[in-house]
Write a protein that binds this ligand. Structure first.
Ligand SMILES: NC(=O)c1ccc[n+]([C@@H]2O[C@H](COP(=O)([O-])OP(=O)(O)OC[C@H]3O[C@@H](n4cnc5c(N)ncnc54)[C@H](OP(=O)(O)O)[C@@H]3O)[C@@H](O)[C@H]2O)c1
Length: 281
């Protein structure tokens, strides 16, 4: 399944990289996992200057070096305290060097900060014109923050908001997601499998998920990913340093849940009925 991300069409499941590149002993296995994902058709690779203070970007740079850059969709993120003109220029230059590339497909403000958005957006727009980034967006913005962003000059050039979203964390469905749909902004869902079910969702023990997984001859993680990308406007970016897990995760783009399965999942994991605080990691 592909979805529109800004002006590109990309596969609806990409590759997260948080915590990757931090342990030397795991480096080759992690590079192999990313490469297995690219070979299987993943395009989006999500990283950040924060991840291992640049070591994740370095790992990604090494993993993608043998590939045709134009077939990949690279996302990185900058710290909110680097969102002023000077620091942003330095952050981007360092990210590009670590990734061994001369442009990012998407550059995200990692979470809201105190530097005026006007200054950040003006610099992001300049970077776009200079060909250093193709597009920009934000992460961990709630509805009121998105509305403020859209009120700032050129704020509407933001193409996405990356937030936590999985079957056990549906709070954004009440307000933020409908707002993004109205504005035609695709969602990038992080922690789509609840960090391997360590976020307290107890998803792996759930009898209904076990039953649905058995029906589709799939794993519960694959069902969780198929559920996240169900609307054709959401990209999931599961992270794995294990090539077999990566391949299993990407296979989820083939799974079509039935209306009855969605309904049963709604009974067990209800949609929000009121505004919830944004879940943030
Ligand atoms: N914007 C933000 O603020 C923000 C915050 C958090 C995350 N993110 C991004 O979103 C990505 C994904 O989120 P996440 O890393 O928090 O959590 P996640 O993708 O929900 O879960 C990752 C965990 O699940 C395990 N896993 C993955 N596939 C598996 C499979 N098929 N079978 C068994 N275990 C599996 C991984 O271990 P193995 O390596 O053993 O497979 C890893 O421990 C991050 O890597 C990052 O790129 C962004």
């Amino acid at each position: 399944m592909t979805i529109d991300l800004g002006d590109k069409k990309v596969a609806a499941i990409g590759l997260g990289t948080w915590h990757m590149g931090e342990k030397i002993a795991k480096r080759q296995q992690e590079i192999a996992a990313l490469q297995a994902g690219i070979d299987a058709g993943a395009q989006v690779i999500d990283t950040a200057e924060m991840y291992g203070e640049g070591r994740s970007e370095q790992l990604v740079g090494e993993a993608i070096a043998p590939y045709d850059r134009s077939k990949l969709y690279l996302i990185s993120k900058f710290y909110p305290w680097h969102a002023d003109k000077e620091n942003l220029q330095r952050s981007l230059a360092q990210s590009l060097a670590r990734l061994q590339t001369d442009y990012l497909d998407l550059y995200l403000l990692h979470w809201p900060g105190s530097i005026p958005l006007e200054e950040t957006i003006a610099e992001l727009e300049r970077m776009k014109k200079a060909g250093l980034i193709r597009q920009w967006g934000v992460s961990n913005f709630d509805t009121n923050e998105m509305q403020h962003l859209f009120s700032v000059p050129e704020g509407k050039n933001c193409i996405t908001n990356q937030v936590l979203y999985n079957l056990a964390s549906r709070g954004i469905e009440y307000e933020l997601l409908p707002w993004m749909r109205e504005e035609k902004l695709p969602l990038i869902a992080y922690s789509p499998i609840a960090q391997g079910d360590t976020l307290g969702g107890k998803l792996l023990d759930n009898p209904l998920l076990k039953e649905i997984a058995a029906t589709h001859q799939a794993t519960i993680f694959q069902i969780l990913l198929a559920w996240v990308i169900r609307d054709g406007k959401t990209i999931a970016i599961p992270q794995s340093g294990n090539a077999q897990h990566v391949l299993d995760n990407l296979q989820a783009w083939e799974i079509q849940l039935t209306p009855s399965e969605y309904e049963q999942l709604n009974q067990v994991f209800p949609e929000p009925t009121s505004k919830q605080p944004l879940d943030i990691l």
